[in-house]
Design a protein around this ligand. Structure first.
Ligand code: ATP
Ligand code: SF4
Ligand code: MG
Length: 428
């Protein structure tokens, strides 16, 4: 990391505020909102379609047992927090993971960093399946996959100095001699825009944005190849959000780190992530490159989520999407609806949606969607586009003599896909 020199202007030095707390650095753009900053400054990250995957997640599941009360504490059900998701993150790329509260985003992040052991599925990273590794085998792998947590107030131990917090991974993994830990910590603090002399201060002496920089510094110490960032800015003030996002972008470019970027805010995801996966009740319902998700989403749930985002570009050309209001609550992940899990809130739902689960079908070169009636907003087909492929009739009942066709349900994008207009496979 010593060859790194991220440009920092002198006005980024932390200053001590009246209360003794270290105030956030105040670069020239600090008072702009993220959208303003995005419009002016950092270019959105680009997708490299030829990049090799750094991680491939295949059919990953996490079922948490639900226990009965009383002495015996029998298992009476399972929370299907993550239920068979597949995706890949390209080397040096960034995949955004979005969806409503409780859909399984954090659980996915915690599975990838092996804070949880999955119920099923594989997570291939550098030829090894992270899902299968024992704690001893995991130790060297942990260096490469790190996590940034949502809340900078609870994720840092208040009794430890910044030096201890950021230096802990260096001691645990013995990557530098003991007498080199403090200089290394200081170097990393500088990289994340903090004053290296503040390594012996405590987290409560820092503001929210600075604490998140400490969390980022801790995640960076071991030069990870993949960073899981779980809502890394949602606890921060809007103007500070933009600074932290731009820091993450700088770091990503500088160190070629891949990101799984978990967020509620679709505006931030659009800026940071060239690819986006949308989750609903433990499943991925749509995954695509940025332009497709934001301009040509085919899943009714994605379309509803996007309709709630004030769209800078659409406003600029004089229009705004009409807001699609989702009726009802998200069903319980203990007993999710049959077929399509979104059907209880979907205005397009028909009989087939209750009978047959829609597969996450590749319908474009970088586009997968799980909906029987997939189509652009206002142009959903009247008949299910999946029926022929699945060997069922329009109501979802099996058609005598027909068997489901073979299609790609793996973590990556294939060179051929199912064209929902033509209703057959096409190649690039
Ligand atoms: N340790 C656990 N034991 C039991 N259930 C859990 C556990 N952790 C999460 N869940 C449940 O799993 C589901 C997914 O939770 P998760 O925290 O992954 O959602 P999320 O998408 O990150 O939500 P949010 O946006 O609110 O952070 C929820 O129903 C949650 O209650
Ligand atoms: S499969 Fe049916 S219920 Fe599910 S999103 Fe599509 S139309 Fe709606
Ligand atoms: Mg979460």
């Amino acid at each position: 990391m010593s060859d790194v020199n991220l440009d920092k202007s002198p006005d980024q030095e932390p200053v001590v505020s009246d209360g003794g707390e270290l105030a956030d650095p105040v670069p020239a753009r600090a008072h702009l909102t993220f959208a303003e900053m995005a419009a002016q400054g950092h270019l959105p990250m680009k997708l490299d379609p030829d990049a090799e995957p750094v991680i491939e997640i295949d059919n990953l599941k996490m079922y948490f047992p639900v226990k009965s009360s009383g002495l015996l504490r029998r298992t009476i059900g399972h929370v299907q927090a993550v239920d068979g998701i597949s995706f890949s993150v390209p080397k040096g790329g960034a995949l955004g993971l979005v969806g409503e509260s409780g859909c399984g985003k954090s659980t996915t992040g915690r599975l990838i960093t092996r804070l949880y052991t999955p119920t099923a599925g594989s997570m291939m990273f550098e030829g090894q399946d992270l899902a299968q590794l024992s704690p001893r085998e995991l130790k060297p792998m942990r260096r490469h996959v790190q996590m940034i947590f949502q809340d900078p107030y609870t994720s840092l131990n208040p009794r430890h100095t910044v030096g201890t917090i950021v230096g802990a991974p260096l001691s645990v993994h013995k990557v530098v001699p003991k007498n080199q830990i403090i200089p290394k910590v200081q170097e990393i603090l500088e990289v994340v825009g903090l004053n290296p002399e503040h390594y012996n201060r405590y987290p409560n002496e820092f503001s929210g944005g600075q604490r998140q920089r400490i969390g980022i510094a801790r995640a960076l110490t071991l030069n990870p190849k993949l960073l899981v960032a779980d809502e890394p800015v949602s606890a921060l003030d809007v103007s500070i959000q933009a600074q932290v996002i731009n820091l993450l972008q700088d770091l990503q470019r500088e160190f070629d780190i891949a990101f799984l970027f978990i967020a509620h805010d679709l505006a931030i995801v659009r800026h940071f992530c060239p690819e986006v996966a949308v989750m609903y009740l433990g499943k991925i319902v749509e995954i695509a490159d940025r332009e497709t998700i934001y301009g040509h989403a085919h899943h009714p749930y994605t379309q509803a989520l996007l309709s709630a985002v004030p769209d800078v570009r659409q406003a600029a050309v004089g229009g705004r999407r009409e807001r699609i209001r989702l009726e009802g609550d998200v069903p319980s992940p203990i007993n999710p609806p049959s077929g399509c899990r979104f059907r209880t809130r979907c205005s397009l739902a028909q009989e087939i949606c209750a009978k047959v689960e829609p597969p996450l079908l590749q319908i474009g070169s970088r586009h997968k969607v799980a909906c029987h009636f997939a189509g652009e907003l206002g142009a959903h087909p009247a008949r299910p586009v999946t029926a022929g492929l699945l060997g069922v009739d329009d109501q979802g009942s099996p058609k005598p003599g027909e068997t489901p066709q073979h299609f790609n349900l793996g973590p990556t994008f294939e060179k051929s896909w199912y064209d929902i207009g033509l209703q057959h496979m096409v190649s690039a």
